[in-house]
Every structure is written in C-alpha cells, then in structure tokens.
Design a protein around this ligand. Structure first.
Ligand code: MLT
Ligand code: ZN
Length: 476
C-alpha cells in the first residue's frame, strides 16, 4: 500500500509554491476530497495551488523523485471521479485554479492562449471580448475549468457543429511527470512535424502529464440565432427531423438536444423558474438551435419553414420558436436543468454513452426494455446530445422506492447497457471520461492492442506511475 509522503518531502512541496498556495489542515483540504457526484471520498496530506508553470514543474520534479502520486484538480465538476485522490492518503492534489491568465488572443488568427485554471465561462468571455466565439458549451461552464475540459475531452451542446474539446485545440503546454515542460503552444491549423503530441494529453485525465495552458480555436460570433422547442412522437422522428434540418441549414444546425417527457416534467417540478412553453404534451422534446455569423440569414424563417414542412408530414407534434433572447434562454434553462432536476428527484444510475446517430432509436428501445427487466424501481430518463449520438441513458429512482435496492441494481444494469452499446458500435464513455468509475470496465472491454499501446505510452511518459494513479488505466 502506498505511504503518505514524509514530512521532509511535504516541506519541500510547500516551499515550491510558497506561503498562501498550499493547504494541509483537514478542513481546508476537505473540498478537494470528494467528487461532484459524491461517489468517492479520498484523503490527502496536501493540496498545492501553484501560480506558475515553473512551480508546477518543480512540484512534479519532487513528486517524481519521491514517487508521490499527483492528482490534478480543476473545477471538480466531472462525473467519473477523475479529480479525486484515493483513500490511502498518499496522493497530493494539484489544483490549477491559480493559473488563470488569458495569455493572448489573436483575433486575426482566430485563436487564444489561455491557462488551465480559467473557467470555461471565462474563456468564452475572453473570446467574446475579441469579437470571437469559443464554442464549447456545457451546463457547468461557470465552474468547469479549461484544464479539466481538455483532460476529459469535454463535449456539451454544440458538438454537432464545432466538435469536442479535442477538435478545438491548436496547441498545448504540458508539464511532464519528470518536470520537463512540453511547450507546444502553437497556433497553427497546419503542422505536420512529427507525431501529434497534444492529442495524447486531451482526454488523458491527467494520467500522462499536467496541462497548464492551451491554444484554442476561435470562430466568428453568431449574429443570427434561431431556437425552438419541439414536441415529437419518437426518437426515430427526431432523426427524420435532424436530416431535414441538415438539408435545409447545413452546418448552421448547432444544437439538437433530445429530452423525454419525464425529464421535462421533472425539471418543471423541481427547478424554480423553469416552464414548458408548449401547449401539448409529447412523449419526446427537442431543443434545436441554428446559428450563423451572417446577420442576414433569417434563420427564424428558415427554421419555421422547416418545422412547418415537418408538421405537415406529421414528423412533429408541436413546436414553439423563441422570438426573444429571453425565450431562448428559458428553453435552454429547461434543457440544462435536467441533471439538477434528476438530482433533486432522487438517486440516479447514469450511463454517458454514444452510438452512431442512426442507432439512437434502438438504443432507447432496447435499453428501456433492459431497465424494465433489471431495474424495475427506476424510470428511464434518456436525454442528451442526439445530434452527435451521445445520450445520457440515465435511470431515475421512482418515487417511494427503496434507494438501497434501486442502487443495488446499478452494476448488473450497467453491464447490460454497456453490452447493448457495444453491440451497436458505440462507446461506454461519450463525454464524461473514464476516471476511476469506468476504469475496470474500460480495461475489460477495450481492444487488447489499443490497451497495450496506451499502457506503453503511460510507461514511457510516466515510468514511476505518479500521474493520477488509478484513473483511466487500471493497474495490471
Ligand atoms: C448534460 O448534458 O446535461 C450533462 O452532460 C449530463 C449530466 O449532467 O447528467
Ligand atoms: Zn452531456
């Protein structure tokens, strides 16, 4: 069992950041010990909050020499326990919050260099100040940090149009396990010099090094946006509508979010200020957004015409187009409050999965049958980013059921859902990462050759295994 670092090493680590940038009392480290979902509660002798890349490098040099595990920590909004130390008390927490400078925005190059500890909302605001868009968009953007977004390869509600975090990165600055700094902050769209190292660190959840800054891609700011909430009979009809929209509006289709009726009802019930603006109830709802930098596109007319044509063919049941920014915000609040409503309603079994978009209806139908059979105390709440094939195939505890027996269904149901996802050519982690939660399942299901290469890379970059031990790759 790994041992806590000795007092001399702890002293050296504190000296590396200086007074005011470390925490070691039980109360002060407490907020760093649990993940957002409270699945894990770990222990640590020390939380370090460096203010510079040089300090991060010094910390890692010491930890590598002494073989001390290091757990990088951002906004702590992740769902898989990737930023939480284990229970041994042997790992230190490295919080990137104090690295929060926007180092440069280059409007003409449509790029921005920003440090890992900036929140996603700060990154969006910095881009906006330069009259540009940074398009990653998530419910937790006010708290989630860029380093965590990169390390988990975050997705969110605009992936259909702009891609995931990996697609939005031009370059990275990374401190390696031995303290060397990989300065890859290039701002080029074209660069064919050797291996694409930055891609290794995106989605690695801090297991290969610590991302300290990134050069991110920017886009023109939208000057015209059209938003609608649509009632629909089935997921298949949703796909029919998506195809129509893509034909009509091409890549101006920015978001295409699916919610079942229960998700909408729970959100209205549990989250103050949320309402369903549609007159008729529908089994399913879509939140659709089109956007364009061209102010003369008249996307509202385009969306209206497309929805009218869909209504004539009975593809949709009901629709409401936002005619003001406030209405559009209210629709987004409805969608973004679904996780909160689920939390307030009771316990959840969550499955963040993706399948080819065409397989979404089968996933929902066969997955729901699994829930009825294997977790009868639960209701299916399958919602999410249907436009890119990512569903949060969640199961919420039914009222008046016993939480213990409901939660006890989790492991068997998870296996069955993952088997189904795999049979459809999907992924058991679409956008929330592997962390600690899915490490064993990932190891069991991954292609052996792929897993070997990942383990080889891990050994090459972190031979002493100090970087976020136990996350992503299990010990063999
Ligand atoms: C979402 O899309 O709302 C989140 O990724 C999933 C969640 O918070 O459950
Ligand atoms: Zn999501």
């Amino acid at each position: 069992m790994p041992r806590p670092p000795d007092p001399k090493t702890l002293g050296e680590l504190k000296a590396a950041v200086g007074a005011g940038s470390w925490l070691d009392s039980p109360d002060s480290v407490e907020p760093y010990l649990s993940d957002f979902r409270r699945l894990y509660h770990g222990a640590t002798p020390l939380v370090l909050l460096p203010r510079s890349v040089a300090e991060v490098a010094q910390i890692l040099r010491i930890c590598n020499r002494e073989e001390v595990g290091v757990v990088p920590h951002g906004g702590n909004t992740s769902y898989c326990g990737g930023a939480t130390p284990d229970e041994t008390g042997s790992q230190i927490v490295l919080c990137l919050r104090q690295l929060h400078r926007v180092r440069q925005t280059d409007a003409a190059n449509y790029s921005m260099v920003i440090e890992a500890g900036c929140t996603l909302a700060e990154a969006q605001a910095a881009a906006r100040e330069a009259d540009r868009l940074f398009p990653l968009s998530l419910g937790s953007e006010g708290t989630a940090q860029i380093g965590g977004n990169l390390s988990t390869n975050a997705g969110g509600t605009a992936v259909l149009r702009y891609g995931m975090m990996r697609d939005l990165v031009l370059g990275l600055e990374v401190v390696l396990a031995d303290g060397r700094v990989l300065n890859g902050l290039k701002s080029l769209r074209k660069d064919n010099t050797g291996y694409d190292l930055k891609s290794l660190f995106v989605g690695a959840e801090g297991t290969l090094g610590v991302i300290t800054a990134a050069c991110l891609k920017l886009f023109p700011l939208p000057a015209d946006t059209a938003t609608a909430l649509v009632g629909i009979d089935s997921p298949q009809r949703a796909l029919d509508l998506l195809a129509r929209l893509r034909t009509a509006a091409g890549d101006q289709v920015t978001s295409f979010e699916l919610m079942p009726r229960l998700a909408v009802e729970l959100t209205v019930q549990h989250v103050p200020g949320v309402a369903n603006p549609l007159d008729q109830n529908s089994p399913w709802y879509l939140l659709i957004e089109l956007s364009s930098p061209n102010p003369h596109q008249d996307l509202l007319t385009l969306l209206t015409a497309t929805l009218e044509a869909a209504a004539e063919r009975n593809t949709i049941v009901d629709a409401m187009l936002a005619t003001s920014i406030a209405q559009a915000h209210a629709m987004w609040k409805l969608r973004e409050s679904v996780p909160e409503a689920q939390r307030r309603h009771g316990a959840s079994l969550k499955h963040d999965v993706s399948v080819p978009v065409s397989a979404i209806p089968v996933l929902i139908e066969e997955g729901s049958a699994l829930v009825h059979r294997l977790a009868p105390e639960g209701d299916v709440i399958a919602y999410g980013h249907a436009g890119d094939g990512n569903l949060h195939f969640n199961v919420g505890q039914k009222p008046d059921t016993d939480i213990k027996s409901f939660m006890a269904r989790g492991p068997v149901l998870e296996l069955a859902v993952f088997d189904l996802v795999e049979s459809l050519g999907g992924s058991i982690s679409a956008e929330h990462g592997i962390g600690r939660l899915k490490a064993a399942e990932f190891a069991r299901r991954a292609d052996p050759a792929e897993l070997d290469v990942m383990r080889d890379l891990k050994r090459a970059l972190d031979p002493k295994g100090i970087m976020n031990p136990g996350k992503v790759l299990c010990e063999r």
